[in-house]
Structures are given as structure tokens and as C-alpha cells.
Design a protein around this ligand. Sequence first.
Ligand SMILES: [Zn+2]
Ligand SMILES: [Zn+2]
Length: 69
Amino acid sequence: MGDRELYCDGCDADMPFEMPPCQDGHGDDCPELVCTGCGAALLIATFPPVRTARSTLRRGDAVRRHRAA
Ligand SMILES: [Zn+2]
Ligand SMILES: [Zn+2]
């Protein structure tokens, strides 16, 4: 993975950013980058969108009746 050049507020310039050691378990998908100039952390949102949970459709939900005892 190479560095990414992004604008850094701290350096007031385009600086190479690199991925810091992730402490949140993101691994290679960590959305965090750190400026190599001043060390400012930047969050990028390039990770894939979160999968939405499929709503389980109830089909043919039979009406349950109490069995007459
Ligand atoms: Zn992370
Ligand atoms: Zn910087």
C-alpha cells in the first residue's frame, strides 16, 4: 500500500498520508490515515458501505390457535 497525498490542515499543504497501526481491528480496511508531516489523523470513508440487514419477510404466517384442551 503506498502513501496517499491528501490535503493536511496542520501542514497547510498536500502531504503524504499513511495508514497508522490500527487499534480497532480494521486491518487493511482501516479508514484512518495519518499525516507523515505532522501526525494528524484523518478519517477517510473509502470502506464499502455497510450491508443492511435483510428484513425477513414472513410468508404464510399461519394463525396459531390454541388447542382446545
Ligand atoms: Zn482502524
Ligand atoms: Zn500534516
